[in-house]
Design a protein around this ligand. Sequence first.
Ligand code: NAI
Length: 725
Amino acid sequence: MSESTTIRWEQDETGVVTLVLDDPDQSANTMNQAFKASIAQVAERLEAERESVRGVIVTSAKKTFFAGGDLKEMIKAGPGDAQAVFDAGMGIKRALRRIETLGRPVVAAINGAALGGGYEIALACHHRIALDAPGSRIGLPEVTLGLLPAGGGVTRTVRLMGIADALLKVLLQGTQYSPKRALEAGLVHELAATPEEMIRQARAFIDAHPESRQPWDAPGYRIPGGTPAHPKLAANLPAFPANLRKQTAGAPYPAPRNILATAVEGSQVDFETAQVIEARYFTELVTGQTAKNMMQAFFFDLQAVNSGASRPQGAAPRTVSRVAVLGAGMMGAGIAYSCARAGIEVVLKDVTEEAAAKGKGYSATLCAKAVSRGRTTQEKADALLARITPTADTADLAGCDAVIEAVFEDTGLKHKVFQEIQDVVAPDALLCSNTSTLPITALAEGVGRPADFVGLHFFSPVDKMPLVEIIKGERTGDEALARAFDLVRQISKTPIVVNDSRGFFTSRVIGQFINEGVAMVGEGADPVSVEQAAAQAGYPAKVLSLMDELTLTLPRRIRNETRRAVEEAGGTWTPHPAEAVVDRMVDEFGRPGRSGGAGFYEYDGDGARTRLWPGLREHFTRPGTEIPFADMQERMLFSEALDSVRCLEEGVLTTVADANIGSLMGIGFPAWTGGVLQYINGYQGGLPGFVARARELADRYGDRFLPSAGLVEKAERGEVFTDAR
Ligand code: NAI
């Protein structure tokens, strides 16, 4: 028998075999070819040497227990590979099953993160002990990559906790649990304080359970909560597909659907047949386009972005120890919290002590919530709050090595506050503005050190939104850009880097989406259909409701400024058909959006949306206006994708990964697409298919859908959008 290469076999004198997962060629263990071979070899050896084996401990020599499937391999699987994918999947399942049914106690000693395939290996063990390490995560997040756990993950969680809990707690959301919460949820049996104790606990389990086996292999076993025939489950199950449809609003997410089918169908048959069902549904997902899009974005692009593909090379890494946040309003308060959470000292300044204290109060509220939900300890929350010093006194900013300005959106005011603080903070402090609309290059003119000045565009609510858009002005230096990048990483957010342009990348592109939705109302389409089209395309917010949130007057002001700038530069302004609708809504009907109490929707006294304004039908809708539903959806998706191509061509964006990640994490471009440019790559027929469809939309709805010459050439050359060289 050949030696396995990625799993070390260590047997002690008492007959306990420790299987150490340790891929010598990778920093983390993944289910690659070598591992698939190793696991089969180990299963065979255990069976052959069973008589001398008293028990098995599975643990890892890496920081993470096991990282999961090999995405580099999976992303390449096409429809033609279906049989090979199925066979390989069954191979892993069989090996794990042989270890599980060895007739000897098998314990998983989970020494670090066990997500996806890692937790599936643990699930095949009879007993699971997790090291209670900070930051460690346990769960089956495959659904977030458009996949399902196919190493027995669906089959076993259903048998471990019942169909409903397996679906809701583990499979459909892909929840990642801390070791403590994994224990509460029943994903592991016990926690260990240290690695040594974990091994002692594992040995104790082996000593106490010489005949261990899985609950589902015991005679008389029944799935907890019953199979679909059980009256209670039978009453609830029919609601699951409907809830799923509601959750995904009918958008094309095949993974939740396949997970549901695997769980339900697999619960009605024996274990081995359930595994076959699981492999079939997995194969369908992994060879399809959505999983590819999601793997590309949420793994490869995200990794590229976070690891600094857009960070200027050469600049030494820096960390910030004390930050000045100017303006303690909605954004400033959230920025202060995010910085303090990352261990940075924060001086939070507003015009009055009260306003600054109110801004700090926001952190107190978030901390109290986190403590009550068990996400942090009282001690940590107190320490976080102690790091925030509210003040109205500029002198308190002494020694700050970074400044983030978040006062009202007013160029004059922003210049004034920077002038006030420049001589107080550290002489080389990084200077950042959280402006959402003002061009950075022009803003830098009023700042003493333009090379140290950079845009740092956070999204609301700051504590939840993972993206920060870094904007490089014409005079921003590489050093400042690198420092801004490092600061964003320091607070565990994801930075994309863009060159200064009106609306930067995110606001400019989301504006296209909103304009398209509003334009359709103007063309006489039923507003309910417009909202439905956005939801079914997979947008998290419906288009008219989003417009109301942002207020109709804001884009109007920006548009007027832009038009003036274009005309001053000698260009001609081509009005978007949405403009006339917005003008009528504001000027004729006095409906500026939610903050004004009336917009495309009606609002009650508390500002809650009640219904679409019936006046829309009366003033805009023309019965008989038939915009095909597919056109409605694709007008929104295409308008954003086409503008992103222009951003890339104009140099506003410099990487494809920034475009994809920025669109997914900043402005709600539908996750199933893998991002604005991946959407074009994955469109039916690839780039040529996209170009042909764009021309069709241009014929029907206007020249704004015409693909750029660059895009057409790219399609003709048979290329796709990628950063790979
Ligand atoms: P806000 O109105 O909630 O807060 C602004 C705060 O600045 C107020 O507390 C005000 O008292 C304070 N302030 C005014 N003058 C000051 C001075 N001289 N010194 C110190 N503080 C002063 O506004 P919000 O929404 O927090 O926006 C702040 C900035 O962030 C704006 O530039 C806005 O465009 C930008 N932004 C806003 C986003 C949003 O969703 N609201 C998103 C991204 C950026």
